[in-house]
Design a protein around this ligand. Structure first.
Ligand code: TRP
Length: 361
């Protein structure tokens, strides 16, 4: 890489700038949703939980329903970053797609697809790798964090390079918006850097790739039943697909504190506030009002309210999920159609890339 290029994968992306930009973008989307293409996705490593739902899934459905062209990626290759073998992959893929569909992702309007079915997307990885330095790959704070938490004996090459592969996920369809959580901001910087460098180096007849923007969720972080961030790997989550009884049991086991009077105080009483917030999100109410109503009812009443709120809110989604799961071959069919559509887009982009790089023979 030439030494004149500024280092662009900054170790601490400016969160408040990203928030400000996201708010501006929301305004532009409301004005003209058809102008935008969104890409997001998840690693198929297990069922989605309520944190995913309020953090990103609900937002994706809102964008789709507003008329934004939406691509949803089942990032199956990315599962292999922090483990040697993708255990029960087919089952996790099926679960993830069912969660999407039950939450309102509509396969008629959104393109749901998998990494591994798109050769042209994967081929973009090679030119893209040539546009970043090893030093930049090493600096990525999210990758560093994942390496620190990985239980693998050795760090694989994919761990260091998957943010570049993620750039291919986003750029193959020329998405301009990427709804993500904070931890993905460094990856989005990598994508923007690659788009810019590709355009600088090969875009003699105009830029080929847009520089996509992160769209940060406005929803506050949801805590799990132990009072820390809700997360698959911490075993503290309530899955979207949980039954009403499982939900009630999980919430009954949640940690609270020794004070009877229920208040909403995220800093002083994180465990209680997390439960109050969950009920408030489910009921689309202000968490302070929810807390006031429970008042001296204590932890038992709080948990009863939360379990009912979750079960009421998600009953329709869960019923729909069960219906779809009972239809043999339905998820396969959704993926087949989505992969076909995504493949056509990826091939068209790869053709343009070949023409720009002088490798169209
Ligand atoms: N890295 C994301 C995660 O861990 C998944 C992902 C893969 C993704 N490719 C993406 C997210 C492209 C947004 C855009 O959940």
């Amino acid at each position: 890489m030439s030494s004149t290029q500024a280092p662009t994968t900054s170790p601490a992306p400016d969160l408040s700038a990203a928030r400000r930009r996201s708010a501006e973008l929301e305004g532009l989307i409301a004005e003209d949703p058809g102008r935008f293409r969104v890409l997001t996705g998840d690693r198929p490593t297990g069922p989605l939980h309520l944190g995913h739902y309020f953090g990103t899934l609900q937002g994706r459905v809102r964008l789709q329903d507003a008329g934004v062209d939406t691509f949803v990626l089942v990032a199956d290759y990315q599962v292999l970053t922090d483990r040697d073998v993708a255990e029960r992959l087919a089952e996790h893929v099926e679960d993830l797609v069912l969660d999407y569909l039950a939450a309102g992702i509509d396969p008629e309007r959104s393109t749901v697809f998998t990494h591994s079915a798109l050769p042209a997307l994967n081929q973009l990885l090679l030119p893209f790798l040539s546009l970043v330095s090893v030093a930049e790959l090493r600096r990525n704070p999210t990758v560093k964090d994942e390496i620190a938490h990985s239980r693998q004996a050795a760090v694989s090459g994919l761990m260091f390079t998957y943010p570049v592969h993620q750039a291919a996920d986003i750029l193959f369809c020329k998405a301009d918006l990427v709804p993500v959580g904070q931890d993905q901001l460094p990856h989005l910087e990598v994508t923007r850097t690659i788009a810019r460098r590709f355009n600088d180096r090969y875009g003699t007849s105009g830029p080929l790739f847009p520089e996509p923007h992160a769209l940060l969720s406005a929803a506050p972080l949801l805590l799990g039943t132990d009072g820390t961030k809700m997360s698959k790997s911490r075993g503290n989550s309530v899955n979207l697909s949980a039954t009403a009884d499982e939900t009630t049991r999980l919430i009954r086991s949640a940690r609270t504190d020794a004070y009877r009077h229920i208040t909403y105080d995220p800093v002083g009483r994180p465990e209680v506030a997390g439960l109050v917030l969950l009920a408030a999100l489910c009921q689309e109410r202000d968490p302070r009002t929810v807390a006031e109503e429970i008042g001296d009812g204590g932890a038992a009443q709080l948990k009863k309210v939360v379990a009912e709120a979750v079960n009421d809110r998600f009953a329709p989604l869960r019923a729909r999920r069960a219906e779809l799961a009972a239809e043999p071959g339905y998820v396969r069919e959704v993926l087949r159609a989505g992969n076909e559509r995504a493949n056509a887009v990826a091939e068209a982009t790869l053709d343009e890339v070949r023409a720009a790089m002088g490798t169209a023979y």
